[in-house]
Ligand binder design. Structure first.
Ligand code: GDP
Length: 494
């Protein structure tokens, strides 16, 4: 047994040492990747970064001036021949950046060549032959983060700029990449640090007349910080709405016009529309921008009792989606009488509304067929709907009536009217939100400790934890497995 245990320890050590050596080798070599999208195009850019990248480029790029790449002025672009295996394969532009004045903070070279697939790959191959290794996903940005060129929220914003699906998402990512959120986090961290300094000065040097705060002053300052953290955490609703997207579901009994609504919002025929009930047996998911809001919208099989085995599975899936949704578009057929199934759905949704897990927009479809009024839809549906789910929107997927109103209602629900995506510090992803909520909750605990008349150092402990959660948010104290995960979601070459 003892022998086995020691063998295990030795193997673990060997594996650890191997990993360490691989890591050192990885950090030692400059990295290279094609930074433009894969495919044919006007130009392709091959990027190389790290100590030795300029020397590597020297071996396969010959400036027309006959100067060596390593002799070029930094931040200059120069025209020249690109070689592969000693032969000129293209002419292009090389831009040289010297550390620390580059995106990554390291020596960096960017070569623009013509955008052929084989051509770009051959230039990349030259970079490998001349001493570079392939870059991992997001490795250029990760190096920028490690070298202090970007905070973590700025690095995430770079991914946001690339992935932006709307003008608002672009504005938010641009503001975040310029450090607006980072600066806000720093201000809050500085405020907590000042508060902690006063608390601990009073505790550590009770006889000195240091800046010990009165309980009232401590409380007032902690309250200011708490209110700011609440304000910041509240921005996540608007940030999520444009960046991550809102999980949404279209629900209703079969044939009410759910798929037609999905197609109308998408602006294309994605879901099959027929007058046979139960056509949509599976869930169809699409990501689309509705007004300012990014929806991860799911069209479901209608909710009803059925003996059809396949439809039953679809209805089960619809229920799962209903459970996960943060927005429910509940469709009722305005051209037919309200059925028991409609009433069942209304009472099921009214439970969801009560526990507040999702926003619900009641919709009455096919308003082109059934005019509102005395014997129309308003009379048949409105009392139950309004009582349980609120005022419905009447719409028609055929004429387009009401669609704008639906879009407006969705925007109003998820995007705060006074948010400015270009200028405000906004929380835009679940990771940032988790950190800000923890920081907020620890400051609230500190306030409770003060209110209960506990010693100031008890509040100090919570303030310290709040501070470290803010450090995690912007990367100053983030565990490496979390940063690895963040950068793994980038594309290679970024
Ligand atoms: P789902 O089963 O709830 O997804 O309903 P569908 O979208 O497949 O629509 C069922 C039937 O109603 C189809 O024949 C559609 O053409 C029709 N329909 C849907 N929306 C409208 C509408 O706004 N006006 C009219 N006149 N017909 C509609």
């Amino acid at each position: 047994m003892i022998c086995h245990a020691s063998t295990k320890v030795t193997n673990e050590r060997k594996a650890g040492a191997k990993q360490h050596i691989y890591k050192m080798i990885n950090e030692f070599y400059p990295i290279a990747a094609i930074s433009t999208p894969y495919g044919r195009g006007g130009i392709a850019v091959i990027r190389m970064s790290g100590s030795g990248s300029i020397e590597a480029a020297d071996k396969f790029f010959v400036p027309k001036s006959k100067k060596k790449v390593s002799e070029l002025e930094p931040n200059t672009a120069v025209y020249g021949d690109i070689l592969n295996d000693g032969e000129v394969i293209d002419t292009g532009i090389i831009t040289v950046f010297r550390a620390p004045r580059s995106y990554t903070g390291e020596d960096t070279v960017e070569i623009s060549c013509h955008g052929g697939i084989t051509l770009a790959r051959s230039v990349l191959e030259s970079a490998y032959i001349c001493g570079c290794r392939p870059a991992g996903a997001g490795e250029f940005t990760k190096r920028a983060f490690i070298n202090g060129k970007l905070s973590l929220s700025q690095a995430e914003a770079v991914a946001g700029l690339i992935d932006a699906r709307s003008k608002e998402a672009l504005k938010l990512s641009s503001a975040q990449s310029r450090g607006i959120l980072s600066r806000k986090i720093k201000l809050l961290s500085d405020d907590i640090t000042m508060l902690l300094a006063s608390v601990y000065a009073g505790i550590d040097y009770p006889d000195e007349d240091l800046a010990e705060l009165s309980t009232a002053q401590l409380k007032a300052q902690a309250e200011d910080i708490y209110n700011e953290l609440v304000r910041l955490s509240d921005t996540y609703r608007s940030g999520k709405a444009v960046c991550e997207g809102i999980p949404a579901v279209i629900i209703g009994r079969p044939n009410t016009g759910k798929s037609s609504l999905m197609n109308a919002l998408l602006g294309e025929d994605r879901a099959i529309v027929t007058d046979a009930a139960g056509t949509t047996r599976d869930t169809i998911e699409e990501t689309l921008t509705v007004g300012k809001v990014l929806l991860r919208l799911c069209d479901t099989a209608g909710l009803r009792n059925t003996n059809d085995k396949i439809e039953k599975i679809g209805i089960e899936k619809a229920r799962e989606k209903l459970f996960d949704a943060e927005l429910i578009l509940a469709v009722f057929d305005g051209s037919s009488k309200a059925l028991c199934e409609d009433m069942d759905i209304i009472s099921e949704l009214s439970e969801i509304k009560k526990n507040g897990s999702a926003e619900i927009i009641p919709l009455i479809s096919k308003c082109d067929l059934a005019p509102k009024g005395e014997s129309g839809t308003e009379e048949r549906f409105a009392p139950e709907l309004v009582a349980e789910l609120g005022e419905p929107i009447y719409f028609s997927s055929v004429t387009g009536e009401g669609t704008e109103l639906i879009i407006k209602r969705i925007s109003e629900l998820f995007v705060s009217g006074d948010i400015n995506y270009s200028e405000d510090a906004i929380i835009s992803n679940a990771r940032q939100y988790a950190s800000i909520c923890e920081a907020r909750d620890h400051v609230r605990n500190a306030l409770s400790a003060i209110d209960m008349g506990l010693a100031q150092d008890i509040a100090g402990l919570d303030l310290e934890t709040a501070l470290s959660r803010l450090s995690e948010l912007d990367g100053r104290q983030t565990a490496s497995d979390i940063t690895d995960k963040i950068f793994a979601s980038f594309c290679v070459g970024k």
